[in-house]
Structures are given as C-alpha cells and as structure tokens.
Design a protein around this ligand. Structure first.
Ligand code: ZN
Length: 135
C-alpha cells in the first residue's frame, strides 16, 4: 500500500511510525518483513528516538556533513539549488526493512520511523509499504 505525507522541505523530519504500523499490520502477516520506501531523490527514511533534541542533533549533523550553502556540481548543472538535498538523501537512503514477528512490527520502544525531506521547497511525498510473509 502507499500513503502520502506533506512536508515543508528544508530537512523536515516527520514521524510516520503510525502510518507504517497501520500499513504493515493490515495484511495480518504473523512473521515477515515490511519494506518501506519513499519516492524521490531528495527524501529519505530512517529511525530515531523522535524527541526534539535527537531530531535537532540529526539535522545539525546533516548540516555539517552536507551544508545547504556549500557549492555543489548539481547546482551548477541544474540551478535548482538543492545539491545538498540530493547528497543528504543519497547518504541517508530511501528505504528501510522492519521485521514482523507474532504479528507485530519489531520497532524498539523509542525507535520511531522518520521521513526526512531535504528539498528546498514544500513537497508531497509518496511512501510505499510492502509486506512479505516469511513463513
Ligand atoms: Zn536537484
């Protein structure tokens, strides 16, 4: 199944754990894997303890690794100013696999699934959740 998420861009970090949980458990698979993927070359998925300090630390770390105002070859070629966003998305990756056992998504108590939108404008993102039974 798929669902859409609205974002503000500029490394917006959005907790999508509930949507993933609903999508993953809809098929009533006892043991398997939920594969989650976000479309687009300026967005990514990860997990984090979704509290303001950890989210801010992640955003600041990404700013150190791929600063928004650095020079990027992508910007020279396309002039869209989001070279930092493509780089951050490539480093963070667009997908995750989460095990399901006893019918439950095996996320830790403080482990939330986040969508990161790096683009330099608001976007609407499509997230795919595909559940595969392993038994
Ligand atoms: Zn671009």
């Amino acid at each position: 199944m798929t669902f859409d998420v609205s974002s503000q861009g500029f490394t917006d970090v959005i907790d999508i754990t509930q949507q993933i949980r609903e999508a993953a458990t809809r098929r009533k698979v006892a043991d398997g894997v939920a594969h989650v993927f976000v479309e687009g070359s300026t967005a990514a998925l990860s997990t984090i303890e979704f509290e303001p300090g950890a989210v801010r630390d992640l955003r600041e770390a990404l700013e150190r690794i791929a600063p928004m105002d650095s020079q990027y070859h992508h910007n020279e070629a396309w002039g869209d100013g989001n070279g930092y966003a493509h780089l951050r998305a490539a480093l963070m990756k667009p997908s995750l696999s989460i095990p399901i056992s006893a019918g439950k998504l095996r996320l830790g108590t403080w482990q939330q699934v986040i969508l990161l939108d790096f683009d330099n404008r608001p976007r609407r993102r499509t997230v795919h959740v595909q559940v595969t039974a392993t038994v």
